[in-house]
Design a protein around this ligand. Structure first.
Ligand SMILES: Nc1ncnc2c1ncn2[C@@H]1O[C@H](COP(=O)(O)OP(=O)(O)O)[C@@H](O)[C@H]1O
Ligand SMILES: [Mg+2]
Length: 284
């Protein structure tokens, strides 16, 4: 059974003429790592909000179609129910940590204390999420003394401790340096391997290509394509949607170097594999 099923979703913010989401349909399977790409105002954040239920429950506005998580219909549910299933991570880790906790451990404990988790279970959950995000060594440090990438991992650990089944990250690396971004992508991949469904809005195309199972390309509120990174980034008219393909895809396009399925490689590994194959043809 699909984890998330979106059918003919349409949404308009109050007092706005344009549809922020225009007839979107897709299905996401449990444990998939999905990347959402698209230029500004294409509806990426709105789509994220519609999965956690802030659209329409908080923002109101005009709504049609359906979003179903497992067997829960978002429109008929409420945010408190949905928040138990879906965790949300924002751009800036500085705005996400509470700012009132002295240590990483206490920071992660905060959400659990709020929902009254018994102490033993709390410690177990905190240790589990610190281990998963590889931040055990910062346990007693002040969250504000950490680097951006480390702090974003603390924010993600706080969400993981709440045991969500889906995590949505809206541009989680936009404030981070390359090393911090890499940390976040690796951490999130680990979560997806644990069976958590991941939806990540991201501009770093190379990273999306390297890490995501599938890519959702959005433009002006519409879902243009939802497929493997290779299918999406091989689109001839990708630039019409304000997206540059990964660097290796561009190079292979120029060289007309295609894979067996006629698509272009999207990562260095795929490119090298293809070049090796071409060379062995030539030698035989
Ligand atoms: N809170 C809001 N109120 C009214 N309109 C909004 C709001 N947030 C976004 N929009 C509009 O919805 C459309 C999609 O925006 P958004 O989902 O933020 O796109 P993206 O995340 O791809 O940049 C845009 O036209 C934007 O102006
Ligand atoms: Mg956005």
């Amino acid at each position: 059974m699909s984890k998330i099923t979106v059918t003919n979703l349409k949404y308009k913010y109050p007092h706005r003429d344009n549809l922020a989401l225009n007839n979107i349909s897709f299905e996401i399977q449990p444990g998939e790592f999905i990347g959402i790409v698209g230029e500004n105002n294409s509806g990426k954040s709105t789509l994220c909000q519609s999965i956690i239920g802030l659209v329409p429950h908080f923002y109101k506005g005009g709504y049609g179609g359906s979003v179903i998580i497992d067997d829960i219909e978002v429109y008929k549910s409420d945010i408190s129910t949905l928040c138990k299933k879906v965790g949300l991570i924002f751009q800036n880790p500085f705005n996400q940590v509470t700012g009132s906790k002295e240590t990483v451990f206490e920071e992660i404990a905060f959400g659990l204390e709020n929902i009254g988790i018994p102490r033993d279970e709390m410690i177990e959950r905190i240790n589990f999420s610190m281990k998963l995000l590889d931040i055990e060594q910062y346990k007693d440090r002040n969250p504000f003394d950490l680097s951006g990438g480390q702090m974003q991992r603390v924010a993600i650990a706080s969400i993981i401790a709440m045991k969500p089944e889906i995590i949505i990250l809206d541009e989680p690396t936009s404030q981070l340096d390359p090393a911090g971004s890499e940390e976040v992508f690796q951490a999130v991949t680990k979560l997806s391997n644990e069976g958590i469904t991941i939806i990540m809005v991201e501009h770093k195309i190379e990273k999306i290509a390297a890490y995501c199972d599938k890519v959702m390309l959005m433009h002006k509120g519409e879902l243009i394509k939802f497929d493997t990174p290779s299918e999406v980034f091989s689109l001839d008219n990708l630039s019409d949607y304000g997206i540059n393909p990964p660097i290796f895809t561009s190079i292979c396009k120029k060289l007309n170097l295609r894979k067996d399925d006629n698509n272009y490689p999207v990562t260095i590994e795929e490119t090298l594999q293809l070049l090796k194959k071409e060379r062995s043809y030539e030698q035989n």
